[in-house]
Design a protein around this ligand. Structure first.
Ligand code: NAD
Ligand code: IPM
Ligand code: MN
Length: 373
């Protein structure tokens, strides 16, 4: 039978709450589908800082490098906001992404029929929506050097006397590899890619546009490629999101555009993601699966969190790491059925009334739907 190693990093806030529900799903697949997961759990983010003084310990990183896939809940929280930048919870997540070289972050935004009236946009605009944002995840302004906060010594006109610096930097190789991911994925979908940057004001944007076009012309001439300035892209995502299929964009634009896309689906609590790197020796991609949402301190500890983003992230693990697209589709269908039955966590309480449930009940309902086939 198939056996897979999985490192689970629940993290902070609602991270551990939603991860408990994912573990129920994993157990179900083990018991009923003959899949075998060798699961290890560890700390990340603020929880790791509290324990080790570091948001991602070296041993945790080593474990992450040795498993078939990592599953991460969320990191961060107000109690950590005043920590030194180098040990903030978010740095733990960024370290994992960087050291595992997870350059392609797949963020699908799908509007389930049952939730088409839940978006802040009209049903006609979002019904049937199924787009995929491919966000570059290991470079750009998140990692570019120089960076820092320093004194602005020779500038008497600067009130306050300091400068904050970050650098948007992309190499052609970094752009080409994420472009290939986007074109490959588009080939399995509608065959359309829209690349977003700001080539009108940024040199890194000019390089982005040229390199994406180069990969297209030389390697994927049959895929339909268009380019759009990212600010227009944000507007178009809200005006008519179904014009898109695959969107490929840089680290920062991808972060912002994917949160905007979340609202097209009804709730940020619905959006999963897969962060993929190059293939390992066993033929599987290096991978971490993480919901798009954060630790939601405003609702943490109250049983209100929607576990679907994290559960659908595990479905992406089944598809992209474990080559079990069949099991992934079963899980996605179970989620769809539960939503169609009107089962709703607090973030999904909308025009249809529905049945309000806790985080744990939502997990149980999804397991029951899986069992019902
Ligand atoms: P957030 O995503 O945590 O929350 C934004 C809003 O969405 C909140 O009102 C929250 O209650 C709601 N929400 C989010 N996920 C939900 C879910 N599953 N079910 C129901 N409602 C949900 O973003 P934020 O408030 O800007 O950030 C809070 C902390 O999380 C910060 O420390 C931030 O850095 C961190 N963060 C972490 C990640 C990550 O770990 N991948 C992502 C984003 C933000
Ligand atoms: C995300 C988050 C992270 C990001 C933070 C927490 C580092 O917002 O995964 O979308 O900015 O990439
Ligand atoms: Mn984000």
């Amino acid at each position: 039978s198939d056996s897979y190693s999985l490192l689970i990093l629940p993290g902070d806030g609602i991270g551990p709450e939603v991860m408990v529900e994912v573990v129920k799903i994993i157990d179900w697949f083990q018991t009923h589908r003959g899949m075998s997961f060798e699961v290890t759990q560890d700390l990340v983010g603020g929880a790791a800082y509290d324990e080790h003084g570091s948001p991602c310990a070296d041993e945790t990183l080593e474990k992450a490098l040795s498993v078939d896939a990592v599953l991460l809940g969320a990191v961060g929280g107000p109690q950590y906001d005043s920590l030194d930048f180098s040990v903030k919870p978010e740095r733990g997540l960024l370290r994992l992404r960087k050291e595992l070289d997870l350059f392609a972050n797949l963020r699908p935004a799908q509007c389930f029929d049952a939730l088409a009236d839940f978006s802040s946009l009209k049903r006609e605009v979002v019904a049937g929506l199924d787009i995929l944002i491919v966000r570059e995840l290991t470079s750009g302004v998140y990692f570019g050097e120089p960076r820092g906060i320093h004194a602005d010594d020779n500038n008497p006109d600067n009130e306050g006397g300091r400068v904050g610096v970050n650098t948007q930097r992309y190499t052609s190789g970094e752009i080409r590899r994420v472009a290939r991911s986007a074109f490959d994925l588009a080939g399995q979908r509608s065959g359309r890619v829209c690349s977003m940057e700001k080539a009108n004001v940024m040199e890194s944007g000019i390089l982005w546009r040229e390199e994406v076009q180069w990969v297209h012309d030389n390697e994927y001439p049959d895929i339909e490629l268009s380019h759009m300035y990212a600010d227009n892209g944000a507007m178009q995502l809200v005006r008519n999101p179904r014009q898109f299929d695959v969107i490929v964009t840089d680290n920062l634009f991808g972060d912002i555009l994917s949160d905007a896309a979340a609202m097209l689906t009804g709730s940020l609590g619905m959006l999963p993601s897969a962060s993929l790197g190059a293939k390992m020796e066993n033929g599987r991609p290096r991978a971490m699966y993480e919901p798009v949402h954060g630790s939601a301190p405003d609702i943490a500890g109250q049983g209100k969190a929607n576990p679907i983003a994290c559960i659908l992230s595990f479905a992406m693990a089944l598809r992209y790491s474990f080559d079990r697209g069949d099991a992934a589709a079963d899980l996605e269908r179970a989620v769809e059925r539960v939503l169609a039955d009107g089962v709703r966590t607090a973030d999904l309480m909308g025009p249809d009334g529905g049945t309000p449930v806790s985080t744990a009940e939502m997990g149980d309902r999804i397991v029951a739907a899986l069992a019902a086939g």
